[in-house]
Design a protein around this ligand. Structure first.
Ligand SMILES: C[C@](O)(CO)[C@H](O)COP(=O)(O)OP(=O)(O)OC[C@H]1O[C@@H](n2ccc(N)nc2=O)[C@H](O)[C@@H]1O
Ligand SMILES: Nc1ncnc2c1ncn2[C@@H]1O[C@H](COP(=O)(O)OP(=O)(O)OP(=O)(O)O)[C@@H](O)[C@H]1O
Length: 286
């Protein structure tokens, strides 16, 4: 049976870089929250073991698509003989700092674990997913989280669920471009979570993105006139926070023509996990 599983976007409500490991990866302290906007994936299981993406993504070879890579990884790990046709409906801008690829991979792991009856715990899927991308574990675990390490050490938290205008300046910033920049701030002191939660939230990647990309500079400056605003992840998207949907939509109406955007609500439980819980309830398994 084909089902439509959600694959939400995430925001980094704050992001601090506290060091760099010998392998080049950066040590972070970041606050993840999901939003009620994202891609969706449909799955039709097959008995012949083939894994097919029926909706190729422009500019991404199927073999490199995190959807296909996640399905192969779980197939190998679980030694199942089953396969799957996967249809991906893409809405999350790519290279926007919204974690679209990682979210897609997490949705594949969670959905196929259920549909193939692999019986792995979410914690096991999160460890598997880490090899696909630093943001996969938080999407697999499905709860807003304070993250440390390279983003994989997760502590569930309950930040306020605000409304956001999420704006894209029309450019794609590859994550390695920001992480590879010699002028990136890499020495923010590590702070305990209670201090971080009660201090004004910023993103260490933002100064360098504003400096290197005039589109980000213009977008941040424009949004700051209306509401507290900052970049998510390594950009290029910038989010402005509001207490109501109405206020966020009023500003969306006024964005300059070179900006595209959408309004979404922050959610602490991933829509993926709400969907799975509903499916299991309907099947009498929860
Ligand atoms: C910036 C964040 O979006 C915060 O949520 C993530 O840490 C990035 O996660 P991601 O896009 O899934 O990143 P990955 O695909 O794992 O890594 C892309 C590249 O970014 C750099 N990278 C990534 C994560 C990290 N903590 N330090 C890094 O230096 C590495 O050069 C890596 O090769
Ligand atoms: N299913 C997928 N969806 C989006 N991008 C994918 C996918 N599979 C592979 N990719 C590759 O990953 C790159 C980053 O895309 P993604 O949308 O995850 O970026 P991002 O939101 O900036 O990530 P992050 O917030 O984790 O830094 C794309 O440019 C693309 O080459």
């Amino acid at each position: 049976m084909t089902q439509s599983w959600p694959s939400p976007a995430k925001l980094n409500l704050f992001l601090y870089i506290t060091g760099q490991r010998a392998n080049g990866y950066h040590e972070l302290q970041t606050l993840f929250q999901f939003v009620d906007f994202g891609d969706s994936l449909g799955f039709t299981t097959r008995t012949d073991g083939q894994i097919l993406l029926t909706t190729p993504v422009d500019g991404v070879a199927d073999d490199n698509n995190l959807v296909v890579r996640a399905a192969r990884l779980l197939q190998k790990h679980s030694q199942t003989t089953q396969g799957v046709d996967i249809a991906l409906t893409k809405r999350i801008p790519m290279g926007g700092g919204l974690g679209g690829g990682s979210s897609n991979a997490a949705t594949v792991l969670i959905a196929l674990n259920t549909l193939w009856n692999c019986r792995l715990a979410d914690e096991q899927l999160a460890v598997l997913g880490e090899s696909l991308g630093a943001d996969v574990p938080v999407f697999v675990m499905g709860h807003a989280a304070f993250a440390e390490g390279i983003g994989e050490v997760l502590h569930p938290v309950e930040p306020e669920e605000k409304w956001y205008l999420i704006a894209h300046p029309g450019i794609h910033i590859p994550t390695p471009t920001i992480f590879g920049d010699p002028e990136l701030i890499r020495n923010t002191p590590k702070r305990p979570i209670n201090v971080l939660l009660s201090t004004a939230w910023t993103n260490d990647c933002q100064p360098i993105a504003r400096k290197r990309f005039c589109e980000v500079e213009q977008l941040v400056s424009w949004l700051l006139e209306y509401a507290p605003s900052r970049m998510t992840g390594t950009g290029a998207c910038v989010f402005a926070e509001f207490n109501s949907e109405h206020e966020a939509r009023e500003v969306l109406r006024q964005v300059p023509p070179w900006v595209s955007g959408f309004v979404a609500k922050g959610v602490n439980v991933s829509p993926l996990h709400s969907y799975r819980a509903e499916l299991l309830r309907a099947a009498g398994k929860a």
